[in-house]
Design a protein. Sequence first.
Length: 152
Amino acid sequence: MSVDFHPTKEDLLCSCDGNNEMRYWSIKNDSCAGVVKNAMKMRFQPRHGRLLAAMAENLVYILDVETQVGKLELQGHKSPINSVCWDPSGEFLASVSDDLVRVWKISSASKGHCIRELNHSGNRFNTCVFHPTHPSLLIIGCYQVIILSPLV
């Protein structure tokens, strides 16, 4: 389950519930503006907000926010994805499952290719975040451990 505000549209909010449904909410109208099935968690692309990353089991779907239509399907995890995060520019997306971290390049010219992969190192991966002022540094949260992973 997750909730996220659109970075530029103050009226738009998305949430994912326990039934794996993602809802677009209009705060102004106090109503649901759309529903997407099979999404467990999601995050808006920062700055622009044109794209949304939604997780379903071991896949990440990149959706167009305006049309709610899928643009990319990112594959490569063998187990359910625990977390996704965008870098501050909105060009890179990290996805984390228990045993694997993948960093994807997401751009208009890109088909969403994986540029970095980290395998399980004895600790289960739980969550991730890009450093706000050093965006080439990915911080990965594990049980009682934090891993700092440079992209280059």
